[in-house]
Design a protein around this ligand. Structure first.
Ligand SMILES: C[S@@+](CC[C@H](N)C(=O)[O-])C[C@H]1O[C@@H](n2cnc3c(N)ncnc32)[C@H](O)[C@@H]1O
Length: 185
């Protein structure tokens, strides 16, 4: 069985092609941004957002080490993602890694309301069969609230328009992360 990290990447690999535009909604230390950058290649683009300057700097450094020049880094909340998208753009896929920046301030966390707003905006631009992947960490303070808000929202998405998958290990202790994947039909 694939780990949470491997499965989140696998779900994107299956549907993203070189040349597409994709989103890392929480770039953090840049690991998912780097993965997406390689997937879409020189002819594609990654739009990567974070609200912390430290995260943008860390991601920038990682991308430079790997000679990636196809990423637009945005210091802003993902709830404003619509401000950075042309009206007729098609998004191949997106990833959200929820929670706090590892080894950093644990009080700066993703929040349910803004995450849901970002999901709904990206869904409007998502290509047919495109996917939004959410890796839900919820063991920290505030994490349970975000988890509940997101689950309530994605469970209500119209099944005629979207397939929504949940993937996780149910015998692990200490609130293990899980994946929510939304695919546009
Ligand atoms: C779990 S970390 C992401 C880890 C990242 N995927 C990586 O590979 O290192 C979550 C990140 O979300 C960021 N964040 C919190 N609220 C945000 C928001 N509203 N918009 C964008 N990023 C946000 C945090 O600053 C933090 O860097």
């Amino acid at each position: 069985m694939k780990s949470i990290l491997n499965y989140s990447h696998h779900l994107l690999e299956e549907i993203i092609s070189p040349g597409e535009t994709v989103i890392d909604a929480t770039c953090g230390n840049g690991n998912d941004t780097l993965f997406l950058s390689k997937l879409v290649g020189d002819t594609g683009e990654v739009i990567a957002l974070d609200i912390q300057e430290q995260a943008i700097d860390n991601t920038d450094r990682l991308l430079m080490e790997h000679n990636c020049s196809n990423v637009s880094l945005v210091l802003d909340s993902h709830e404003n993602i619509g401000d950075y998208l042309f009206h007729d753009i098609e998004i191949g896929g997106a990833i959200f890694n929820l929670g706090y920046l590892p080894k950093s301030d644990k009080s700066i966390i993703t929040k349910g309301e803004s995450t849901v707003k970002a999901i709904d905006t990206i869904l409007k631009y998502l290509k047919k069969n495109g996917r939004i992947i959410l890796v839900v960490y919820y063991g920290h303070e505030g994490g349970q609230d975000e988890k509940n808000t997101i689950l309530k929202h994605v469970i209500s998405l119209d099944q005629k328009q979207y397939s929504v998958l949940q993937y996780g290990f149910i015998n692990q202790k200490n609130n293990p992360p899980f994946i929510i994947a939304i695919q546009k039909k």
